[in-house]
Design a binder for this molecule. Sequence first.
Ligand code: AKB
Length: 317
Amino acid sequence: MKRILVIGSPGQIGSELTPRLREIYGENNVVAGYYDFPLKGSEGPAEMFDAMDAKAVAEVVKKYKIDTIYNLAAILSAKAEANPKWGWDVGMECLLNCLEVAREFNCALFTPSSIGAFGPETPQDKTPQDTIQRPKTIYGITKVAGELLSDYYFKRFGVDTRSVRYPGIISNVTLPGGGTTDYAVEIYYAAVKGEKFICPLPEGTYLDMMYMPDAIDAAINLMEANSSKLKHRNSFNVTSMSFDPSKIYSAILKHLPDFKMEYEVDPLKKSIADTWPNSMDDSCAREEWGWRPKYDLETMTEDMLKVLSEKHKKGLI
Ligand code: AKB
C-alpha cells in the first residue's frame, strides 16, 4: 500500500486527485498538503506547510512515512506573466525541495508539466514527444526546467520521477485561475447560468484539452506503470481532444441553443496560446504505459452541463 503526499491538494487538480487517491489507497494513506486553505469534503490526514520550505516538506514526508509525492504547486501561465519571479520561485523551489526530499526518503515523484513547455518553434500539429522546446512564458520555462531537473534526478540519483504534459484541463469542481486555457472551463459556467460568454481567445485558436477524470487517470496510471516499460519519464505528451472556441461553443449549443458567445480577445492570452501546440502526438504515452482517454468534446460537454446545471439549481454556483 502506498503512503502518498499531495502538495496543492485544494487546487484545481488536487481537489479531485486527492479524493480519488483516497478511494484507491485508503483515506489514511493520503495526506492532503495545503498552504493557505485546506481541502474541503474529503476525509483524511491534512498538513499545512509551505512547500517552498525544504525542511517543512521533509518533516511531513518523515512523519507520515510517505513513499509517493504528487507535487501540484504551480502558478498558471497568464498569472505568472504578471509576476515572473513568483512564477519561477513557486515552480522551481517546490520542485527542487520535492526532488531532494524524494532522494533522501526514497519517494516516487509526480510533477505535472504542460503544453506550455512548448514554444513557437515547436511543430504545432501532431507535436512530437521529443521536439524543440523554447517556450516564451515564465510558466513554460519552469516546466522545461522541471522536466530536465526531474530527468536529471532520475539518471543521477535514481529518483523515480514521472510527469505528463497536461493540456488545458476542464473540470466542474474547482476553477483553475490564471491559465490561458481557463476559457474552456468558464464557458460552461456561463452557459448553465444563462449568461453571455465573452471569449478571450479568437476563433481558430486550437489547443489540446482534457476532461478532469482523464487527467486524474493519467497521473495515477503513470505512477502505477511498470518502470521497466518507460523509455520516457519527464514528460509524456497526453491529450484527449483539440478544439478552438467555435467548436466548444457549437458543442454547448447542441444542448443550450440560446447560449450566446462573443469574442473579446485578451492579447496576453492570445500571444501565449499562439505559441502552444494545436494538437499533440501522445503515442509514446499510449505505447509505454497504456494511456487512453475516455472523454471527447461531446461526452465531456454532456457531463459538464449535467453536473454544473445541478449545482446551479442548488445555488452552489
Ligand atoms: C494554463 O493555461 O496555464 C494551464 C496549462 C495548459 O498548463 N491550464
